[in-house]
Design a protein around this ligand. Sequence first.
Ligand code: C2O
Ligand code: CU
Ligand code: CU
Length: 465
Amino acid sequence: MRVTGVISRRAFLGVAAASGAVVVAGASVDPVTKALAAGSTTTTRYPLYVPPTIDLAGITGAFALAEKPGTIDLGGGHLSKAWIYNGLMPGPTLRADRGDTARITLSNQLSEPTITHWHGMVVTHENDGHPISAISPGSTYSYDFPVIQRAALNWYHPHPHMFTGEQVALGLAGAFVVNDTEEATLGLPTGSYEVPLVVRDAKLNTAGNLVYKPRTGGFVGDIVLVNGTRDPHLNVDTALYRFRILGGANARIFRLALSNGAPITLIGNDGGLLASAVRVAQIDLAPGERVDVLVDFRGLAVGTKIMLRDLRAGWDLLEFRVAHQVSVPATIPTTLSSITNLSGPVRTRTFSFDGMSKINGLEYDMNRIDFRVPFGDVERWRFVTNGNAPHPVHVHGASFQVQSRTGGRGRLFPWESGWKDTVLLEDRETVEVLIRFASYKGEYLIHCHKLEHEDMGMMSNFEVV
Ligand code: C2O
Ligand code: CU
Ligand code: CU
């Protein structure tokens, strides 16, 4: 199964012109393209930053991870002040195989409490970065956990109560990739053909520093950063690429699509590989959600430019520039994974996301346990809202399977199949999922991943017993 085939020049130019995509002057730009671009503003584009990968199994002792103010180059050489992990934005990409042990020591070099949560990782309460574990400035926190779950793109970010929105907006986030043998047998693109993309919006002040302006409806930035790069481009080979995309915004939802109208092959999401690959024209990506996609640049002429766009804001996210002709064999597997469906829920719980700060009428209290879930039971969790959506609903401690959406958009989308840990709840929607906590007992969280709602209290503790 091939993804793109050859894109007709006309279709490509048509989309580029209609979308206002900017063509940067260069040797490979033909006269027609130049004419179409004439009069449009020229955007200077910067090479996409890709953080270094840290293989956690290869570390002796614990990996030292620091949250600290620093400066970063968003592109173009100007240094912007930010709060970042180990001086990088995004932080280093952590990688582990299923079965490895992760040992990480977090040091808080900020001026306020923090703790780091491994979003999507199934770990004990003590390793989960629960807000009750927050540490004061100058302190450290040691994590030590086995990686027990299937291959997936997870991520890490701060999770102290009431400071999460600020700390993430100012730059603290990174990818955490888990690999396993099932994934390895598929022969998916790897090395420089596998690229993590942390997509988020941001706000800069006049000095060019990252700033946080919380709004109850959710922080919205006016520029987009992909891997901490503004107006990024990526030189690609004529090859098949795997992009591991993370919705890293505080509140903004992206609708991803390619400017040439080519389909994107979706192979995975929050909890890892889907059962089978599916071609989609666009993907909605809410805060906390991940998608694993293949994009095929084979058969494209060197010099071709394709934009990854956000159709919601009408933003250009990342320009792919076909730069090198290569011939690398790659196939897109149709069958990816076997997913065991949860079934036969023994009880149903309803969670009403109320206003901007409550679940079932209650604001978060770090010291209150709101409900208890028996270990190993399959439960149906029903998410409803009485307004102020979107609420990206996120659960710690287990992945879930989305069963239905009624009201609102009234359907499920391909990126909501398989295993998820975050699902988007829009106004008037009821979303039902099946969930089973079968790894650890202990205290976990359910919350809205619009970080301003989370910080205001749209979060609840529960205990797996
Ligand atoms: Cu990504 Cu509880 O968070
Ligand atoms: Cu999480
Ligand atoms: Cu919310």
